[in-house]
Design a protein around this ligand. Structure first.
Ligand code: PHE
Length: 353
């Protein structure tokens, strides 16, 4: 019997030695330690043995069983450790690999220009005033002294929200410029200080909309920054001084400016301001189309009728106003040829700023 036990032990231990996989070890456990394994059969047969033999054989069989169990456990932990080692080897970090670039967002080029405009006018004491993008005909045109049949009121130029059929002669529209904000700001101010309103010095930034053919030079949606100063004794010289100063702070101390006579219904006199082309310094290039000058903004002295519509007495108060397009300015500064880039959301464009 002892011999039999020895051979059971030898066979089992030899077999476990060669095992390299958990699934094989499991089969081994069934074969050598399971219910119908040879060693279990020995235990089952103990009953048939004599009183003298039983304790010795039982003890010897138990020693074999414990040895097999120990071998099984050892193999199991060895295989598990190997598996861990393997997966760790796969996860090894190569410290010589180049790092991953972190992508940081940036401000849209128009936003950058807008913020610079705010900073320059903020330094000059202008506050920011915002007003609504959906306007009435009254504010967008009538209060600004547009004659009834002015071409700018045409269906060709304006996005209507509620048509004339719904609202008579005061249809709702998307504002075509930021100028209606002038009226809102003046009325708010003069109703707050009806007797002797203190001066106003504001810029009015915001989105404007025009029903236009989208081309490289014109979009249906764009920003404007309006400016308005109203007070006693404000003259055209203040307008020129403020805007030339703005140009120097925005485009560099050597920026040249010139004012050309123009026309807007809500200013009189009206002008357009050009700055000397910062690319060719006035020599003429592709950005300024050979002119040496770039048109930056429209401006003028606030029309007496507009002052009156804002609650100011034009005999006592005067003011100047201006309006510029930040997208246009951004195009000039960065030599951007196509205004459609601003809304295309193309990262190849946006990441350059
Ligand atoms: N609102 C004018 C435009 O859209 C610009 C402007 C504003 C001109 C204020 C004069 C004064 O073209």
């Amino acid at each position: 019997m002892q011999e039999k036990l020895d051979s059971i032990k030898k066979e089992a231990l030899d077999a476990v030695e060669a095992i390299t996989e958990i699934s094989v070890l499991e089969a081994w456990q069934v074969k050598y330690l399971g219910r119908s394994s040879a060693i279990m059969e020995v235990f089952k047969s103990l009953g048939t043995l004599s009183k003298e033999e039983k304790p010795a054989i039982g003890k010897a069989a138990n020693i074999v069983k414990v040895a097999l169990e120990a071998a099984s456990e050892e193999k199991e932990s060895q295989l598990k450790q190997e598996r861990i080692n393997q997966s760790l080897a796969g996860e090894k970090i190569d410290v010589t690999l180049p790092g991953r670039r972190t992508v940081s967002g940036g401000l849209h080029p128009t936003t950058q220009t807008l913020r610079e405009i705010y900073r320059v006018f903020g330094d000059m004491g202008f506050q920011i005033y915002r007003s609504q993008e959906v306007e009435t005909d009254q504010y967008n045109f009538q209060h600004l002294n547009f004659p009834p049949y002015h071409p700018a009121r045409d269906m060709q130029d304006t996005f209507f929200v509620k048509s004339a059929e719904d609202r008579g002669d005061d249809p709702l529209m998307l504002r075509t410029h930021t100028s209606p904000g002038q009226i809102h700001a003046m009325l708010e101010h003069t109703s707050k200080y009806p007797d002797d309103p203190p001066p106003i010095r504001i810029i009015l930034p915001g989105m404007c909309y025009r029903y236009e053919q989208i081309t490289a030079r014109s979009e249906i949606q764009f920003n404007q920054v309006e400016g308005l100063a109203v007070g006693k004794g404000i003259a055209f010289g203040d307008l020129k001084g403020t805007l030339s100063n703005f140009a120097r702070r925005m485009f560099g101390q050597d920026a040249k400016t010139r004012f050309r006579a123009s026309h807007f219904p809500f200013t009189e006199p009206s002008a357009e301001m050009d700055v000397g082309c910062f690319l060719c310094k006035g020599e003429g290039c592709s950005v300024c189309k050979g002119a040496g000058w770039l048109e930056i903004l429209g401006c003028g002295m606030v029309h007496p009728t507009v002052l009156k519509n804002g609650g100011f007495d034009p005999e006592v108060y005067s003011g100047f106003a201006f309006g510029m397009g930040p997208e246009r300015i951004t195009m000039m500064r960065h030599h951007i040829e196509d205004i459609r880039n601003f809304w295309a959301n193309d990262l190849r464009f946006l990441e350059q700023f």
